[in-house]
Every structure is written in structure tokens, then in C-alpha cells.
Write a new protein. Structure first.
Length: 465
């Protein structure tokens, strides 16, 4: 059995792990990165990137379908979906980005160990590779094992035709009908994709509204628009079981004490993610955990000396961009710096059509925190750039502390919300006064003008409202 001695060993090559490996190498450490699958983890291979390529296909298809609104005449049946080509494009994008990570590993001198890593101690990891066993000895260990689709204990959840998000991204099929269990980010993005390409979509959610963690106005607006697109919602219900039927699958639900069922060609389980960090060998280290998450401090240190953790394995918000930041912080501290995650401001995005994004406190959570709030809102139907793009839906909403004027949070529902939220994330990070955003000159015409107008509205001086 061969051996490898390094300064820092990283277990898991998803967003947290590969960033940690690169940053540690930049700081002069000898680094080993252990990964049993493909570099990039869930985000690149089975999550963020694949879904966005599919959603772009849906967006192009919808643009073509509405070409007449822009003065473009199309012949009948001018557009059709080649599902195999859609899947091929998705795979091409993923492979290209994955090869980029591979090159970054070589550029930074990171030793990539392909295989299953098993923790022997805080200073030793055993790796089962295709070429045999490898013992990696290290001074510091960073755990970044990520997460996987959560399949709840619903009878029939293992029936043929019941999919997880991983499964859905590996098939070119656009089913005639699909039931999506879960009204969170994953479920709604798939609902947006499938409904645009012609599937009859029903979203089943246990809570009384979709996106329960977001501002209520975002949930209401997205529900309304998705209903207009033909998506059906069953809210406040419990899925009892899923059965094979002659015409596909039968999903039985309980709603206000009454049972009902409906059929579909496919069922997609999208109720969240399960954390993968607490493997039996990790548990044997004596790591402190909380409901399956590895407990870390603001420096990403675990309860075991010399062992750090980052990304989904630490629980909290399971977001790739947060994992990037945590991986960097873990690496910097493992390499001897003193970096804290305490002040991180984390935006969240939903890539439906249109998009939704948020940062900081929403109106409800700000009031719960005891703030006397100023709230400003500006609708995209009054924004010239939005109308020129063919969009009348959505808004920007900001929440500020009335006494200081400091921006506490914001949400956006509309085109390019995922791009626009960065300006507001910076403002929340810097504890900026909304007067600064209201008075800042934004390009005209631009969607970002809605940010300025929303802040001006909170101050009682919006111009175009």
C-alpha cells in the first residue's frame, strides 16, 4: 500500500472541497483532494449547472413561442424540443466546467486522489483507488462530503418512475404529466422547466405556501404566475403513498383530513437534501454534531483539533456559493490564517421564470427581530428596460431600519433577479443606508433602476411610482 504525506487533506471535491484545496495550495500547503466521484460535486454534476442549462433551453423555447409579441412571425410548428440534444448540451457544459476544475488542480499542484476515502484518524485517511490502497497522512483535515437527495419514508417512493433530482437530470424524457413532491427551490425549478416544455405539472407541498422561507410576496407572486402557466398546486397536504397504476403512477395525499389521489406519468421527489458528512468513520472521530450536521465555529473548526468542515456537511443553508466561502475560510484557517465566517451575508436565488432572489431579512423576519421597518417596493411594470424585454411581472422590495436607514434585506422577483441581487448583497454587507442606493445613479434603461426606485419609495420619494 502506497503512502502520501501532505499538509492538508480535503475529503470531498464539491464547491467547498475543491475551493478549499485550491486556496490551501495558494497559501503554500501540500494538498491532497479525495473524491469518489467527479470533481465539482453535486453543484456541477447533478445540481446548479445542469438545471440551469435545462432552464435556459426552456427559456429559449418560451421566447420562440412568444415571438409574435416582438413582431416576429413564425411558420406553424416552427419549434420542437429535441430532448436528446437538450441532454447532450447539458452534459457538454458540465464536462467543460469539470475539465476546468481538473486544470485548476494541476495548476495549483493539488494531488487528486480518485477513490473512496475512509477516515482512520484526524491525521490519516485511507483511500480505495482503482489502483489499490493509498494512505494519506496529513497535519490538517477538511471534511466537505456534501449532501444527496433526500427521499422521505413514503410508501412506494422506490417505485419505478419515481425520480430524484439526480434521476431527472440523467433522463431526456419530458413526461406528459408529472407530480413534483416539494415546493422548494429544487421542485419549483423543475416545475418551471417541465411546464414550459409541455408537461402537465402538479406541485405538492406540505406547507401552506411554496418557498416558505422566502418573503410571502415572492411566494404569492410566483404561485400566481406559475398557475397562469398551467402548473397546479396542492398546498398544506401530506403525501401518503405512491403506487403503480395502469396509466402510470398514482399519488395519494391527505388534505385537511380527507384523502384523494391523482395519476401522472412520473413523480419527482424534491423535498430537500440529506447531509453526507457524518459517515461512520467521521463519527468515530468524536465530532460534535447537530441533527446530522457537523458542528463548526466561525473559523470552520470542528470539535476535534486539526479537523475542519465546510459546505453542506455543516448544515445550515445548502448553497454552493456559501460552500465556496466556507471552503476558502476553512483552508485559510487550516493554513494558519485567522479568517471568520461570522459576517458572511448570503444571497439566495430561485431560477424559475421569472427568477426570485433575496438577501438578509425579509419583512416578517425583520419585524420578528424587533426592527421598526421602512419598506419600499417598485414594480417592474413601471420599468422601461423590463417592458422592452417583454416583461410586466415582478418587483424589487427593500427593508430598512427606520431609525438608521440601514438596509436590512431585500428581495427581487423578476428578470435577472439572480444577477441584480449582488448589488443589494453588497449593500447589506456594508450596512449601507438606503439613501445611498436611492441617490446612486443607475444606468438607464436598466432593470437595476428598480433597486434605486424601491429604496426611494421606502424614503417616500420614488419618482416613477
Amino acid at each position: 500500500m502506497s503512502e502520501l504525506a501532505v499538509d492538508i487533506c480535503v475529503l470531498g471535491a464539491g464547491p467547498a472541497g475543491y475551493v478549499a484545496a485550491i486556496r490551501a495550495a495558494q497559501l503554500g500547503a501540500r494538498v491532497a483532494l479525495i473524491e469518489k466521484g467527479e470533481l465539482g460535486g453535486t453543484c456541477l454534476n447533478r445540481g446548479c449547472i445542469p438545471t440551469k442549462t435545462l432552464l435556459k433551453t426552456a427559456a429559449v423555447y418560451e421566447e420562440i413561442a412568444h415571438a409574435g409579441h416582438f413582431g416576429i412571425r413564425l411558420c406553424k410548428d416552427a419549434a420542437s424540443v429535441d430532448s436528446a440534444a437538450v441532454l447532450k448540451r447539458k452534459d457538454t457544459v458540465v464536462r467543460f466546467l469539470r475539465s476546468g476544475i481538473e486544470q485548476l488542480m494541476k495548476k495549483n499542484g493539488v494531488t487528486v486522489c480518485k477513490g473512496v476515502g475512509r477516515i482512520q484518524s484526524s491525521r490519516c485517511v485511507q483511500v480505495e483507488t482503482a489502483k489499490g490502497g493509498l494512505t494519506v497522512r496529513c497535519d490538517k483535515l477538511i471534511l466537505a462530503a456534501g449532501s444527496a437527495p433526500l427521499v422521505p419514508p413514503i410508501p412506494g417512493a422506490d417505485t419505478d418512475g419515481v425520480l430524484t433530482s439526480d434521476d431527472a437530470l440523467q433522463t431526456s424524457e419530458v413526461p406528459g404529466s408529472i407530480v413534483i413532491v416539494g415546493g422548494g427551490v429544487i421542485g419549483l425549478e423543475f416545475a418551471s422547466y417541465y411546464s414550459t416544455l409541455g408537461s402537465a405539472v402538479t406541485v405538492v407541498e406540505m406547507k401552506d405556501r411554496i418557498l416558505p422561507g422566502e418573503d410571502a410576496e415572492i411566494s404569492q407572486a410566483l404561485t400566481r404566475l406559475m398557475k397562469k402557466r398551467g402548473v397546479k398546486f396542492k398546498l398544506g397536504v401530506k403525501v401518503l403513498r405512491i403506487d403503480r397504476a395502469e396509466d402510470g403512477l398514482n399519488t395519494q395525499i391527505e388534505e385537511k383530513g380527507a384523502c384523494s389521489s391523482f395519476s401522472s406519468d412520473r413523480v419527482l421527489i424534491a423535498v430537500g437534501r440529506k447531509l453526507c458528512g457524518l459517515t461512520p468513520d467521521a463519527v468515530n472521530l468524536g465530532l460534535k454534531e447537530n441533527r446530522g450536521a457537523i458542528v463548526v465555529d466561525e473559523h470552520m473548526r470542528t470539535s476535534v483539533g486539526g479537523v475542519y468542515a465546510a459546505g453542506d456537511a455543516t448544515g445550515g443553508r445548502l448553497l454552493a456559493h456559501l460552500a465556496f466561502a466556507q471552503g476558502r475560510i476553512a483552508a485559510e484557517n487550516a493554513a494558519g490564517l485567522n479568517t471568520s465566517a461570522a459576517s458572511l451575508v448570503v444571497p439566495a436565488c430561485v431560477y424559475t421564470e421569472p427568477e426570485a432572489a433575496s438577501v438578509g431579512l425579509n419583512e416578517e423576519t425583520a419585524k420578528q427581530a424587533g426592527f421598526d421597518c421602512m419598506v419600499g417596493r417598485f414594480d417592474f411594470r413601471a420599468n422601461g428596460r423590463s417592458l422592452s424585454l417583454g416583461n410586466r411581472d415582478g418587483f424589487v422590495k427593500v427593508i430598512a431600519d427606520k431609525s438608521s436607514g440601514v438596509l436590512l434585506g431585500a428581495c427581487i422577483f423578476g428578470p435577472d433577479a439572480s444577477e441584480m441581487i449582488s448589488e443589494l448583497t453588497l449593500a447589506v454587507t456594508l450596512k449601507a443606508n438606503i439613501t445611498v442606493l436611492a441617490d446612486m445613479i443607475h444606468p438607464h434603461p436598466s432593470l437595476a433602476e428598480a433597486v434605486s426606485e424601491a429604496c426611494a419609495d421606502a424614503l417616500g420619494r420614488a419618482i416613477h411610482k
